[in-house]
Design a binder for this molecule. Sequence first.
Ligand SMILES: [Cu+2]
Length: 185
Amino acid sequence: MKIYRAELVPLNANAIGTAAHGQAVLIENGANLTINLELFDTPANIQHWEHFHGFPDNRPAEIATSAQDVNHDGFVDLPETGAVSGTTMVPLDNAPHKMNIPHDDYPVADANGHFAYTKVVPLAELDAKFKATFNDSDLALDKRVIYVHGVTDDVVLPDTVAGAVGHYSTHVTLPIAVGKIELVN
Ligand SMILES: [Cu+2]
């Protein structure tokens, strides 16, 4: 059994007016990967996309900070996280092993901006899908970072904020919290 943990710290807190934070615990045990995640003070009453991101070449991902706001518009948007955090890999949604990213089956925050997420994922299916997508790289959880996304539509985002995915706007993809996954034991 391997236990991993991530402490999620706020990103874009000043710009969006709330400092989302929380933690995740991931447990690889036999055939399953169990993911537990809890977030506080997220933008309330909306769905929050969440994934782990990383580099397919297994370079260790690091969390983005305000230093990644390279266009100095006051927001670290999804594309700006790529330099240090890599690409979107596995969703923490209703079916992580299917690795579908743009959809509406992610957790929804309550009126206090709280949500908890638990999922037991079949590791063999996740590994197979991951290897097919990322050219035989391993899950390598301790080289990944977890992102939580999503702000309410009333947050004014300048046109310089990028990262829309399909018909999902930059409000859906704007990062609000991030944490590096670390092997506990
Ligand atoms: Cu993401």
